[in-house]
Design a protein around this ligand. Structure first.
Ligand code: P1T
Length: 379
């Protein structure tokens, strides 16, 4: 089945109870048992829920995985992966990461005795010096949030396999429409389904997808034991969102390109970060591992002035100043004070997240209105 068909039918079948084409919202915590253990595969909704299961099947199908798991947030999904680890284990992760991921790693899991190495993976071989007997996991975000760096998944997977280390890829920015990390050698794909998968800024959710049964069993055990599942209503909304993922992403890519190109030639703009530019440091890798460049664009205005950056985001009218990304509406963020505020300033600035950096999640409105809005706010 081709991807565009999978978004609508992947892993889905009519509900067995009454043949409903869309999975009903099974708003129930529990299920009748005729005798202890005598049930239809559903005993308690933390463990299994038919609406969530339909969504998990859709996740698996989209990413060419065998098993999907849905969580109450992207952070809950990452938290579940980290719980595979034991004190003394080490993780190598991209140095440019969503601020919440950095915070979870450094403020929670470091306290449990896990060591994190934040490495510039734009050159894959940079990770080799950090691998030792304790290394159990490589955590990759690509494109990265918010600098839009591109990491070569095939090259990292090759190193991971040589050293028998798990590779997890946060595929939130690319979505499976543009990039399928399991096919490139990753063991685990993670999503903040809050973003493009849900697509309408109306839910918070996370996803994990894997191919390997033993790994799926381990992650399911953690999901059930820790309990950070999503509810059936949100599972329904995510399934509904996924059905238009391919058409939304096509427009996100078109509008993202138009916005990136507009900013790149604007006299007040210093630098635009977008993997579609031929002079982006890893443009060739992006071209090889992604089928488009997505709808995320970051930039810095000339003068690198904090007050001017704040004035710019306040003056936008079509772009909404808000946390998050990946919805149909265009959003604008100021990473240093919003999504990446939990990363210390000197760490942030080392990777380019300066106080004047602005991040755009380019939505699917009319391109002309978006450009006009950016133009008036820059003016
Ligand atoms: O917000 P949540 O669903 O828990 O997902 C966390 C997360 C994980 N990974 C990436 C790449 C993300 O971008 C996020 C969430 N990011 C934002 C809220 C943001 O505005 O960047």
């Amino acid at each position: 089945m081709k991807f565009n068909t999978k978004t609508i039918h992947g892993g889905q079948k009519p509900d067995p109870a009454y043949g409903a084409v869309m999975p009903p919202i099974y708003q129930t915590s529990t299920y009748v048992q005729t005798t202890p253990g005598g049930h239809k595969g559903f005993a308690y909704s933390r463990s299994h829920n038919p609406t969530r299961q339909a969504l998990e099947n859709a996740f698996a199908s989209l990413e060419n995985g065998a098993f999907g798991l849905a969580f109450g947030s992207g952070m809950a999904a990452i938290d579940a992966v980290m719980k595979i680890l034991k004190p003394g284990d080490e993780v190598i992760c991209t140095n440019d990461l969503y601020g919440g991921t950095y915070r979870l790693f450094t403020k929670i899991f470091e306290g449990f005795g896990i060591k994190f190495h934040f490495v510039d993976m734009q050159k894959a071989s940079n990770i080799e010096g950090f691998i030792n007997e304790q290394t159990k996991l490589i955590w990759v975000e690509t494109p990265t949030n918010p600098m839009l760096n591109i990491i070569d998944i095939v090259a990292i997977a090759k190193i991971a396999k040589q050293h028998i280390v798990l590779l997890a890829v946060d595929n939130t920015f690319a979505t499976p429409y543009l990039q399928q990390p399991l096919d490139l050698g990753a063991d685990i794909v993670m999503h903040s389904a809050t973003k493009y998968l849900g697509g309408h800024s109306d839910l918070v959710m996370g996803a994990l997808i894997v191919k390997d049964k033993a790994l799926a069993d381990q992650l399911y055990f953690i999901q059930n034991a820790s309990g950070a599942i999503c509810g059936p209503q949100d599972a329904f909304l995510a399934l509904r969102g996924i059905k238009t993922l391919h058409v939304r992403m096509q427009r996100h890519c078109e509008n993202g390109k138009a916005v990136a190109e507009f900013l790149n030639t604007h006299p007040k703009v210093e630098k635009v970060y977008w993997p579609g530019f031929e002079n982006h440091p890893n443009h060739d890798i992006a071209k090889a591992q992604m089928s488009g460049f997505g709808g995320m664009v970051s930039f810095v205005a000339k003068g690198n002035n904090y007050d001017e950056a704040i004035k710019f985001v306040e003056n936008l009218k079509v772009f909404t100043l808000a946390e998050s990304l990946g919805g149909v509406e265009s959003l604008c963020g100021h990473p240093a004070s919003m999504t990446h505020a939990s990363i210390p300033k000197e760490e942030r600035e080392k990777i380019g997240v300066v106080d004047s950096l602005i991040r755009l999640s380019v939505g699917i409105e009319d391109e002309a209105d978006l450009i006009k809005d950016l133009s008036q706010a820059l003016g």
